[in-house]
Design a protein around this ligand. Structure first.
Ligand SMILES: [Zn+2]
Ligand SMILES: [Zn+2]
Ligand SMILES: [Zn+2]
Length: 114
């Protein structure tokens, strides 16, 4: 009868708009709300979280104006379960060496379960 799902969630500042709640790039209009946090400036994440290696915590996919596909613009990702180590394939960068896509092994997180 005991539930073992203990995924705690936390509210963090939205990385994409840095908590402003507005689209940082004025893509739609000057007053467009941030698509990541919906204008609240905060996003919910499942702990434990680590900084998104692919966007380096910015929430932005490289220098494009779209949200990072790894963290969905939050700037952090939920860490793999258990002990982790740097992803040997991308050496922790989260990016595939031969393309601008996230690393397939760690899915852009930069770390993998040991
Ligand atoms: Zn936002
Ligand atoms: Zn990211
Ligand atoms: Zn990797």
């Amino acid at each position: 009868m005991s539930q073992t799902t203990t995924s705690a969630t936390a509210q963090i500042t939205c990385a994409f708009c840095k908590g402003a709640g507005k689209d940082p790039f004025d893509l739609l209009s000057e007053r467009a709300t941030c698509q990541v946090c919906g204008g609240t400036g905060k996003v919910e994440v499942v702990e434990p979280v680590i900084r998104c290696a692919f966007c380096k915590g910015s929430g932005v996919y490289h220098s494009t104006r779209i949200t990072c596909t790894v963290c969905n613009g939050k700037g952090v990702v939920t860490a793999p379960k258990g002990p982790t180590e740097w992803c040997p394939k991308c050496e922790g960068t989260g990016a595939a060496i031969d393309s601008a896509m996230p690393c397939l092994k760690c899915k852009g997180k930069g770390v993998v379960s040991k």
